[in-house]
Each structure stands twice: as C-alpha cells, then as structure tokens.
Design a protein. Structure first.
Length: 256
C-alpha cells in the first residue's frame, strides 16, 4: 500500500486532510527541525527554476515563493487532489532534460516503487552543477508509533501482532541510491523528540494512516475498534507521564 500508485492517488493523498493531520503533530517537536528553512539555506546560491517533486501540502513551495520570489518554483505531485501545478510521477517526470536548476524530493522517495528510477529521473532533469535536496527519516524514527499500533492490535486479538510496513524503503541509510547518480552527496541528521500533551492529536495521527495501513490489521479487527484501543493506550500514557512521546530522526541529503 505504501507504494501503490492508485492507493496513493485515490486514498492516502486524495486530498490534503490526512497529510495535514499527520504533519500537525510536529508542532510539539522539541527544538523543531525546520526543513523548509534548511532547504532555503541550501538553495541560497541557486537561481532559475526549482522543481518540488511530491509537493504534498505545498509547504516548501509556499516558503520558497515567499523567501525567494526570484525563483521559478514548479509544484509537482502524483495526486491531483493535492493541487499541484503539474500532475506527474517522479519515475517518469514530464520535464525536459536539464530543465531545472534544483529539485526537491522531500519525504517522498519511500512512496516510489522504483527509487533508483526516480533518482535517475531527478538527475536527468537537474542541470549539471545543479542541486537535489532529498529528506527522509532514520530507521528508528517514530518507533513508538509502531509499538502503539502493535499493542493496540494485540489488545484486540489476544496474540502478538506486527506493526505495518512503513517508510523503510528509503531511510537515512540509503544514501548510496543517491550516489549512483550524483557525484557529491552529504547528509545532515537531526535527532529530536516529540512530546504530545493531548490525546486527540495522537489518535488523529494514527487515523491519518488509515489508507496506507488499515489493510495490515487482522481481518477480524475493525478500524474503529483499533482506534478505540489506540485512544485508550494514549490516554493512559498522557495521564501517567503528562504526554505521549515519539522519537524522531530526520535527515536532509544535499546532492550535486
């Protein structure tokens, strides 16, 4: 499901709401990582056209247009429901060779079935001497979400249940996929913690993954029953410790 192109277009990212709910939890991240600001800094020497491949909510597009009005920013996404300027697949970009001066692939390559093909396409459209910025998570990012999922499902079945497969197809350990196409690849890594003092934002975060992960639940477990168990467990955690904690590890690859 995580790389199913039809599911991504028609369910997971059919509109802004699930992604917006998922992103909103990071307002409680301590010493919050401002990736759009980091991207702006990395693009300080760039002029011309910047492609945001997998633009999602348009967060980077908005920040770039506000902070660098001199740039031509092209917003592209697989899903028309996200409102991109161009609907397209990063595995076959509808752009000419060397047609952009920089490209962004921010927290999206793990949604691509053929990541190597996507990297080749990004290399093809970025001019020589240009820049690719790609962000993703570390392998240990959000482990508490997996633990919560497995525990809530196990509560309902009475047996151990695994967490669903997530974004592990492209993590901070996968820089070699970028090095196959770009000569110079560096990475900045940020370790953080998100402490949510309320129950509902955590429940909403889990619920936002329904289209990506509900099929991983046992056949005899309904989503509503599962979400109720999530709520019960998070409530106990907030009552006991004053907040629900989530480990974050995020990184930004700079590729030239």
């Amino acid at each position: 499901m995580f790389t199913d192109r039809t599911a991504l277009r028609t369910q997971a990212y059919a509109d802004h709401r699930p992604l917006a709910a998922r992103v909103s939890i990071y307002q409680w991240q301590r010493d919050r990582v401002d990736l759009p600001a980091l991207a702006l800094g990395e693009l300080a020497g760039t002029t011309g056209t910047v492609l945001d491949a997998g633009c999602g909510l348009g967060t980077y597009v908005d920040r770039l247009r506000a902070g660098r009005p001199d740039l031509r920013v092209v917003a592209l996404d697989l899903s028309a429901g996200m409102g991109p300027e161009v609907v397209g697949d990063v595995q076959a970009l509808p752009l000419a060779e060397a047609s952009v001066d920089a490209a962004l692939a921010m927290h999206m390559l793990y949604h691509v079935p053929d990541i190597a093909a996507a990297v080749r396409e990004l290399r093809r459209v970025v001019r020589r001497g240009g820049l690719l910025l790609a962000s993703t998570n570390g392998a240990g990012d959000k482990v508490e979400v997996d633990q919560l999922w497995a525990a809530a499902a196990s509560d309902l079945t009475g047996r151990p249940e695994p967490a669903p497969a997530g974004d592990g197809s492209f993590t901070l350990h996968d820089g070699d996929l970028l090095r196959t196409a770009f000569d110079h690849v560096s990475v900045q890594v940020f370790d953080r913690e998100t402490v949510v003092p309320e129950v509902q934002p955590v429940v909403a975060f889990v619920d936002s993954m329904r289209a990506l992960s509900a099929s991983s639940l046992p056949a005899d477990v309904s989503w509503d029953a599962f979400l109720d168990r999530v709520r019960t467990r998070v409530t106990a955690e907030v009552d006991r410790h004053g907040g629900w904690r989530m480990t974050n590890q995020v990184g930004l690859f700079t590729c030239r």
